[in-house]
Each structure stands twice: as structure tokens, then as C-alpha cells.
Design a protein around this ligand. Sequence first.
Ligand SMILES: CCCCCCCCCCCCCCCCCCCCC/C=C/C(=O)SCCNC(=O)CCNC(=O)[C@H](O)C(C)(C)COP(=O)(O)OP(=O)(O)OC[C@H]1O[C@@H](n2cnc3c(N)ncnc32)[C@H](O)[C@@H]1OP(=O)(O)O
Ligand code: FAD
Length: 572
Amino acid sequence: SCVHPDRPEPLDLHLGMFLPTLLNQATPEQMERFFTPAWNLRIIGTYAQTEMGHGTHLRGLETTATFDPSTQEFVLHSPTISSIKWWPGGLGKTSNHAIVLAQLHTQGRCHGLHAFIVPIRDMDTHVPLPGVVVGDIGPKFGFSEVDNGFLKLEHVRIPLDNMLMKFAKVEPDGTYVKPPSAKLTYGMVFIRSMIVGQSALALAKSCTIAIRYSAVRHQSELRPGEPEPQILNYQTQQHKLFPVLAAAYAFTFVGQYMKDTYRRISGDIHAGDYSQLPELHALSAGLKAFTTWAANAAIEVCRMSCGGHGYSRSSALPDIYVEFTPTCTYEGENTVMMLQTASRYLVKSYRQASVGQRLQGSVSYLSEAAAQRLRPRPVSGGAAPLSTQDLLSLVHLYQRRAASLVELAAKSIQQELQRGRSQEEAWNHSSIDLVRASDAHCHFVVVKLFVDKLEQVDDAAVKAVLSTLALLYALKGLADNSGDFLQAGLLTVPQATRVSARIKELLEELRPDAVALVDAFDLNDRKLNSVLGRYDGNVYEHLYEWARQSPLNATEVHESFHKYLKPLRSRL
Ligand SMILES: CCCCCCCCCCCCCCCCCCCCC/C=C/C(=O)SCCNC(=O)CCNC(=O)[C@H](O)C(C)(C)COP(=O)(O)OP(=O)(O)OC[C@H]1O[C@@H](n2cnc3c(N)ncnc32)[C@H](O)[C@@H]1OP(=O)(O)O
Ligand SMILES: Cc1cc2nc3c(=O)[nH]c(=O)nc-3n(C[C@H](O)[C@H](O)[C@H](O)COP(=O)(O)OP(=O)(O)OC[C@H]3O[C@@H](n4cnc5c(N)ncnc54)[C@H](O)[C@@H]3O)c2cc1C
């Protein structure tokens, strides 16, 4: 399993993408030649796919790999400024090899994107090799520990056997042999699946810090004349933090499910069964986007709930945010991933269900919805009774919301086509609906997995408190997205009012267990690296000590006084 490092590191790409790509796409001979030295860090590699001009649109990538049968070599080339590889982690100064994604040309034809192992620096001197121009792309929002780099290839020659050929092949005479499935060369499903677990970890860290701090921070007056209360006793503070706590548990279970699903389906793929690849792609793309967007926003809620000290690096929350936020962009920009899940899976499944096909996996509910559409609607047409206590009925509500939004998106495309728009234009003019449908589908999956997990909990007390968290997660999501449920006729205004009231009750129920629930994440002080989130709660003394250690305090009078203030004063 992928052990997530505390902070980004220059070897992340080597460990998180270079090695896994070899594992997934190298032949046994290539594994021998590359994996072993890479495992021993003799070879240090990166995954160079994105270019200055293209990150999302893979088919638009411009780097070329042209086969020269006379020398049995590929010629790797960056033909334009926009084709320069840009962003790969560890590329700037750390790596001596790169897996370069390039458009394969052989016998005068282009066969699309394929992966090539390209040596970029001398294995001993680390000097860039001939034809290789490589460097760091400069300061970024964060990730300063990682040398994200650029790579310009000027007719660099590599042996035929440096193309990763587990699936696609080029014969010595230049004949191209297609892979069993074109989808096998896309990659990225592994790391997208792992990122779901990173979302859970980021949430667990952030709410541990914020809830522990909220238990030791006393501020203002709740009852005149009484001591200042813990800020965790304010309903608004609970309303900010407890849904984040619930999401941290939800995403932990989803992260485990995603890892298990990846392991199961990639095992099938290695055995030659590609049938589940669409489900794995759709699930990993959608859940990566859903969980990172949610976690990204929640980290900021946790930071701001700690007041001024939340803005101090001593809280660790600014660093957690800066390190986490690019997950919404890399490994598939979130909007694009949501569109993939909708366009390549949900709408396709909806259409199959509409003609009576029995669907399996995470979209099986679309078959149920299609059958439902064929039955006469109840005369009342109103929303079904709502239980704010029964988790299974809430799962069903999320399922029906997802089915409704998938149908809305599919119908939007149909309406656009009937207006005479082309296929592409019809899809583009429905893309807001498509993203909403994916979001609702992923939300249903998360709620369902949370509730399914409770069935595996034997301890009654643990099951009770997790059920309360699951209820809060489901009802808060319902309140936040009440427009979807109202629009789908799944919720009435009186029911929405009851949901809000129930959420307040749940916040009160969770208050006594809140600190224990974050302690249960078992994140030690070293991993949290947060003065506010210390297990012993001894914040103020350590905050003062932390500030005293600041480099600015190395001298009582900083050199800036003599260099700037004093001369300025003398000129006034
Ligand atoms: C394992 C051993 C290792 C040992 C390690 C031990 C040590 C442990 C310690 C580990 C510590 C390391 C920690 C790891 C941390 C890692 C840190 C990461 C840091 C950040 C790194 C970032 C990297 C990157 O960003 S890489 C670049 C990412 N870029 C993208 O994702 C590009 C996004 N764009 C696309 O994917 C495509 O353009 C797409 C899909 C949007 C459109 O492509 P298209 O060609 O136009 O395709 P389309 O017509 O839409 O679909 C065609 C068809 O294909 C299917 N499809 C598409 N994509 C996939 C896929 N990925 N998989 C499967 N199938 C796919 C699609 O569904 C269509 O199918 P049909 O409809 O059936 O035709
Ligand atoms: C910290 C970090 C590390 C990275 N590490 C690596 C790495 O190691 N290796 C690597 O190869 N890459 C890496 N990347 C690059 C990353 O994969 C790309 O930035 C990402 O794929 C997004 O592509 P882009 O930057 O071209 O954005 P664009 O695709 O240009 O996105 C810009 C906007 O256009 C929108 N958009 C694009 N296409 C569509 C569409 N079809 N429909 C609707 N809207 C669309 C997007 O939603 C977004 O709002 C890294 C990036 C970052 C930030």
C-alpha cells in the first residue's frame, strides 16, 4: 500500500509514479533492466507527461518518439516551445531518468501516446546528457521541497527496448503491435486511487488540530459572569468542525475501499480481464475529484476556526493546505475528472439501463431507476416520508438524487441535440449538469460506503458513535445540497426544516466524544507537527517557545535596524 509521506519530497514521483508505472507497463526484461536499479535508487526517475501547453488533453501532447529502424532507436524530440515537458516532480534536479509520454511514430504513422524510458542525466556525474535541456520550473504556491522541472529533448536517441512494451509493441522492422486495450496505456488510476486516502489523512490531521485546539481555547462569555467557555461549546464551532470530523471518517472508509478495489481490479487486469477497467477509471477519477475538493475546502474551515493562531505556521494548518491543494489539479484536474466519470460512465450506463440492461457495480442503481420510470408514478407525487434517524433510507435518498441528476444531464444532452447542436456542442452545453451528476454519484457512493462499514463494527458503543457521525455526514450533505433534493421532489420544505433541527441535535450528541474521536486517528505530535494540535493540549507555553525559536529572534536588535531604519531616520 502507498504510505503517504508527511511532506512532499523529491523522491515522491520516483516512488509514487516511476516505480508503479514500471510495474504496470514494463516487460519482464525491462523490469530486470530498470526496476532493480530504480528500487536501489541507482536510477531515480520521474513521470514526464504534462507539457507547457498541455496537461489535461493527452491526445494534444506534442513530444514525439519516432522509430528509426536503421539504428533500432527511437528519436525523442520536443518540436515546439509548448511541447517542453513542464511540471514533473523531481525532474528539475533530482532525477536521472524519466518515463516520457510521447506520440509514437513508426512507418510514417502516428499511433498515439506511449511511454518511453529516457536517461536524462549521467549516472555518475549527474550532468544532463547530450540533447537534454533540464531544470527547475521556479518557485510555486508550495511544494518547495519538490524540484518540479522542465525537460526539452533535442533529437535524443534511445534504444528500441526503452519503450515500455508490456501492452503495445514496436517490432524491429517498425511494425506497431496494438495493446489488448488502448485504455491500458493511460495509467494514473493507481495514484488517483491513492489520493482518496490522502484526502482522508488531510481531513483527519486538520480536524484533529482544530478540535483539540477548540477544546483548550477559552474565549468570550456564554453566560454573564461565568468563566470563558471552551470555543468547542459554541454551536457555530461545532457546526464548522463536526461535519469535517464526519467526513474524515467517511473518506477513511472510502480510501480503504478505493485501495481494495484498485488492488482487486488491477489483479484482474494483470490476469487479462479488462472488463472492470471502466468502473475503476470512473470511480478513481470521480472520487479523487470529490474527496479532494471537499478536503481542500475543509482544511480552510479548520484553519479559520482556530482564529489568528490558525494562520500561524505553528498550527501546521497553512502547510497542510499548501501541500494538499494541488491534489485538485494534478493527477487529473478535478472538473475534467468529474466530466470523465459522467460522460464516459454515468451517461453511458444510463442509456444502457434505459434499454433494460442490468447494470453492475456502483451504477447498478441506474437500472433500478430505469425500472422505476416504467412504473406508474404515485398519485401524490410528493416526497416520500423522511427519516432523519434511519441511515438506510438516507442512502436511498442519495441514490435517487444521483439517478435524478444523471437523468437530468442525459436529457440535457438530448435536448441540445434536438436543438440541432453537434454531439460535441451538446455535451459541452450540458457539462455543468454532467459535473453535478458526477458529484451526486460520488456523494451517494461515499454515504453508502460509510453506512456499509457500520455493518462491520461489532462494538456497540463504537457503532453508536460512528452511526451518529454517519447521520451527521448524510444530513449535512442533504442540507448543503437541498436544492438538488427539492428539485428532484425528494424533499419538502418542512422536511428540510426537520433536517436542520436534527443536525443541531447531532452536534450536541457528538460534543462529549469529539476529542476522543480525533484522538482515535492516532496521529502523534511528530506527524501532526502542530503546536495547536498537541496531544497534551499545552498550547500557550509551546506557542511562546515556538515563537522564541523563530530565526528573527536570534538577535535582540535585528540587522535591519542598522541597515535600513537608522539610515532612514537620519535622512528624515
Ligand atoms: C508499487 C511499487 C512502488 C513501491 C513504492 C514503495 C514506497 C512507498 C512510499 C510511497 C511514497 C510516495 C507517495 C506518493 C505520492 C505521489 C505524489 C504525487 C505528486 C503529484 C504527481 C502528479 C502527477 C501528474 O499530475 S501526472 C499527469 C496527470 N495528468 C492527467 O491525469 C491527464 C488528465 N487527462 C486525461 O486523463 C485524458 O486527457 C482524458 C481522460 C481526460 C481524456 O483523454 P482522451 O484520450 O480524450 O480519452 P476519452 O476519449 O475521454 O476516453 C477514451 C476512452 O478511454 C477511457 N479512459 C480514459 N482515461 C482512462 C484511464 N486513466 N484509465 C482507463 N480508461 C481510461 C475512457 O473511459 C474512454 O473509454 P470508452 O468510453 O470506453 O471509449
Ligand atoms: C504540484 C503539481 C505537481 C505536478 N506533478 C506532475 C508530474 O509529476 N508529472 C506530470 O506529468 N504532471 C504533473 N503536474 C501537472 C498536472 O498533471 C497538470 O497541471 C494537470 O493535469 C492539469 O492540466 P493543466 O495544467 O494543463 O490544466 P488545464 O487542463 O489547462 O486546466 C485549466 C482549466 O481548463 C479546464 N479544462 C481543461 N480541459 C477541459 C475540458 N475538456 N472540459 C472542461 N474544462 C476543461 C480545467 O477544468 C481547468 O479549469 C503537476 C502539477 C502540479 C500543480
